[in-house]
Structures are given as structure tokens and as C-alpha cells.
Design a protein around this ligand. Structure first.
Ligand code: ARG
Length: 465
């Protein structure tokens, strides 16, 4: 048998080779090879640090660095022969290094274990992934801020219980989405701080007797600091759980946005036109244009929530320090990253292309007595207690329901039968424009407030790194 087949990494201790099924069952290379770049960068930093503190000869360090860089090229060219027998990305790369440069390659693992190595790789990987996600999120938010500025005067019905409640502006609605995503952005930035701490130097679990300069390695890898406790460093994956939790919340927000796009693009609402490139047709019904992209985003929240549950359950009750259970952290984490990136990209492309059908939106706000609260407030200003005003307007709405008309379509005489305090000036209030303009309060839907909020949103995006 060749070295690769018997896996000589721990050959010294073993009297028989690993069972073929067990080798396949315990291997992670099929999925952890995606961290090859982080693994190589981590190894280069470790080697340079070993040379700096005098544990590794300069020539060996140079050979290691060169060898690892060549391996990176091999992998990127698709020329690297990944082997399941070598279990994971770490041992595949290390074995290849030794194959290429001989004994120097065998010195790389001095003062290191796969336990601190893998924890480092995941953190490096996740840090890069968070940065990519933040960039995509910024694109979505930039698009929302622009669209909101443009649609600050566009009136649509605001809903509670999915029933028409009060008129709002489309810009205001878009900025509600913006606020949701802003918190997601901040959550990820905050999570990144706890991701960006370096396990290397923890070795298997207890630290190492070699005089490693952990601060130097951390600096080479752009980590904020080395982890403070070796047992914690190799064993906890709370940073991955935290990221996935933040991703779940973000996906929940995207699913709500997606749901509204699905509703709005239906014939029943008909508030927006979703460009054809984000839709697909039906193989049987020629008239169909289905909002597949938002529907998929809405559906994908399920897998991310599942991954969060998987990671929480994986970590639960694990005794210190490293356990093989932790190998199961990668697939949920990677799929969360891919899913979030894909959904954000879809939204970043879709948002600027949304075409609001302003006439339909206003028409819908006119139905459903969206200005009933305005009439009640009008009576309150004339001295009627709010509860009585509520009752009066309720009666007027009933007449509207019976006669198929909005409050604004009634004559003054008709309205006055409900309250003699109603005068001609009421009609300005009962108009949609009058209603939204009246919500002129910080955080309210009045167009001038929405314009102000859109400027703040744009500035917030512009000031992001
Ligand atoms: N593939 C392993 C993982 O993902 C690497 C660490 C293995 N360490 C060990 N002691 N078996 O967790």
C-alpha cells in the first residue's frame, strides 16, 4: 500500500490501517477543501513565526513558503490530487508539501495541531465571507435608499393584518426594509469582532512548549488578537453559531421583503412590475409570469434556520476540548454563507429594477377606507373625545361599505349626518396626499420626512467602508 492509502500521519501508533469505510466516513476533504487558501495562509504565517523565534531554520521556512505557494497554484489550476485517505484539507496539503520539498515539509507542524489549525482556518474563512456578505448587503441598501428617495411621494396603502390600514408612501415602506437590513449589517460587523481572534498556538488543547510568538502570527494574519485560552480556542464554535444566528435573522428579513414582492407582483395587488429576468414562465400555462427569485429567497430561510439548529445542537454538551463532532460545523456554515450571498445578490440586482405602478398603489389606498383615522383625528381636533370620534367614523365607514364608496367620495351633507362638526375643510384631510402629509413626525410617512430619512440612509451607506 502507498503512504496515501495507509495514512502514515499517525502510522506509528497503529497496527492496522484504517477501515476503508471509516476512512470515508471520517473524511472531510470533500467539503473542507474549500478552505485551502486560508489553510495555506495560516501555514505560511505559522512557518514565518517559527523562523522568527528560531524554532525553524530560515532555509526551511523559505522552502515551506515557496512550496505552499506552488501548491496553491496547483489547486487553483485544478491540478491538485485530493485524497480522501488523507482525510482533510490540512493533511492533504501537508502531505503534498512534504512530497514536494522533503523534510522541511515535515517541520511545518511544529508547535501546531490540526485542532488549532482548523479553528484558525474556519475563522479566516468566515471573516472573508462576512466581508463579502457586508459588501453585498451594502449594495442592497444602497439600492433601497435610492429607490426610497425617488418614491418619497408615491402613495400606497399601509397594511396591518394585510388589511388596508392607512396610506403610507412607497419610499417609507422601502426605508422600513432599509432599517431592518441596517441592523443586520451592524450585527454582522459585531459578530466579525468575535470571529477575528486567533486560535493558533493553542496547539492540540493545552498550548505548546515552543516559544511561539502568537502576537506575531496574529499580526501576519490580520487577527485582532490571539485567543486567550487554549482549551476554548480549539473547542468552541460559538462564533459560527453567532454568525448563523445573524444570518437567520437577515434571511428572515429577506423572506419578508420577498413575500411582499410576491404579493405586489400578483394580479390581485399589481403594485410592481418585476422585470422578466427575475421571473420564469410556466410549462403549461402560457399566461404565467412567476416571481421565482423572490419565492426562492423566501424559501431559503428554511435551510439557514436549519443550519443554526444544527450548529447549536452540535455544540451542545460537548466536553472540553476539541471533539470530532466539530468537523460537522463546516457544511452548515458553508451553506449558510452561500445561501446568504446568493439571496443578497438577487436582491441587490432586483431592487434597482423594481418598477412601481404608482396609479395602482394609489387606487388601492383609496379603497379600504385608509383615511378613516384621519377623519377621527379631525373630530378630535374639534373637541370630540377619541373614542366617540372612532364610533362616529365607524358609522360613516359602514355607509361607505353599503354604498360602495370611500369617505372622500361622500358629500358634505352625508358626512354631516354623522357629526355636525364636519366642515368642508375635511376633504383635504380625506385625500391620500393630505393624510400622508399629516404624518409629519420623526419616523413618520410624510413625504418630506421620507426624503430626509432617505438622505440619512444614503449617507449611512456612503460612509460604509
Ligand atoms: N477535519 C478536522 C475538523 O474539521 C480537523 C481537526 C481534526 N483533529 C483531530 N484531532 N482529529 O475538525
Amino acid at each position: 500500500m502507498s503512504d496515501a492509502q495507509t495514512n502514515k500521519t499517525w502510522g506509528g501508533r497503529f497496527t492496522e490501517s484504517t477501515d476503508a469505510f471509516v476512512a470515508a466516513f471520517t473524511a472531510s476533504v470533500e467539503f473542507d477543501r474549500r478552505m485551502y487558501r486560508q489553510d495555506i495562509n495560516g501555514s505560511i504565517a505559522h512557518a514565518r513565526m517559527l523562523a522568527r523565534v528560531g524554532v525553524l531554520a530560515r532555509e526551511d521556512c523559505e522552502a515551506i513558503v515557496r512550496g505552499l505557494e506552488e501548491i496553491r497554484t496547483e489547486i487553483e489550476r485544478g491540478e491538485f490530487a485530493w485524497s480522501v485517505e488523507l482525510e482533510d484539507v490540512h493533511m492533504n496539503i501537508e502531505a503534498r508539501l512534504t512530497e514536494r520539498i522533503g523534510d522541511a515539509g515535515k517541520r511545518l507542524h511544529t508547535g501546531r495541531s490540526r485542532n488549532d489549525q482548523v479553528a484558525t482556518d474556519i475563522r479566516l474563512y468566515l471573516r472573508d465571507a462576512i466581508d463579502a456578505i457586508l459588501a453585498e448587503l451594502k449594495r442592497v441598501q444602497g439600492g433601497l435608499a435610492e429607490l426610497a428617495a425617488r418614491e418619497a411621494d408615491t402613495i400606497m396603502p399601509g397594511f396591518t393584518h394585510l388589511q388596508v390600514a392607512q396610506p403610507v408612501t412607497f419610499g417609507h415602506h422601502l426605508l422600513a426594509w432599509f432599517e431592518m437590513l441596517k441592523r443586520d449589517y451592524e450585527r454582522l460587523v459585531d459578530c466579525r469582532k468575535r470571529v477575528n481572534v486567533m486560535p493558533l498556538g493553542a496547539a492540540a488543547l493545552a498550548g505548546t512548549g515552543y516559544p511561539l510568538d502568537r502576537h506575531y502570527t496574529a499580526q501576519l494574519l490580520d487577527f485582532d488578537a490571539p485567543c486567550a485560552n487554549s482549551l476554548d480556542a480549539v473547542s468552541d464554535r460559538d462564533f459560527a453559531i453567532e454568525f448563523t444566528a445573524a444570518a437567520s435573522i437577515l434571511m428572515t428579513h429577506l423572506s419578508r421583503m420577498a413575500e411582499e414582492l410576491v404579493l405586489w407582483s400578483s394580479a390581485q395587488f399589481d403594485f410592481i412590475d418585476l422585470p422578466d429576468r427575475f421571473c420564469t414562465g410556466s410549462s403549461i400555462m402560457p399566461q404565467k409570469k412567476n416571481p421565482d427569485v423572490p419565492e426562492l429567497v423566501r424559501g431559503k430561510v428554511g435551510r439557514v434556520n436549519g443550519h443554526l439548529m444544527a450548529l447549536l445542537t452540535l455544540m451542545k454538551s460537548q466536553p472540553l476540548a476539541y471533539n470530532k463532532d466539530n468537523q460537522e460545523d463546516k457544511e452548515p456554515l458553508f451553506d449558510t454563507v452561500d445561501t446568504v450571498r446568493g439571496c443578497l445578490r438577487a436582491f441587490a440586482d432586483m431592487v434597482p429594477a423594481l418598477h412601481p405602478k404608482r396609479g395602482n398603489m394609489a387606487q388601492a389606498a383609496r379603497r379600504g377606507f385608509a383615511t378613516a383615522t384621519d377623519l377621527a383625528d379631525y373630530l378630535v381636533r374639534k373637541g370630540v373625545p377619541f373614542r366617540d370620534a372612532h364610533e362616529v367614523v365607524g358609522k360613516a365607514v359602514r355607509l361607505g361599505v353599503e354604498t360602495g364608496r370611500d369617505l372622500a367620495d361622500m358629500t358634505l351633507t352625508e358626512l354631516q349626518q354623522f357629526s355636525p362638526l364636519i366642515e368642508f375643510d375635511v376633504f383635504e384631510l380625506l385625500s391620500l396626499e393630505g393624510s400622508v402629509a399629516a404624518r409629519d413626525i420623526l419616523g413618520g410617512t410624510a413625504p418630506n420626512r421620507v426624503r430626509e430619512a432617505a438622505v440619512l440612509a444614503r449617507t449611512w451607506v456612503a460612509e460604509l467602508p
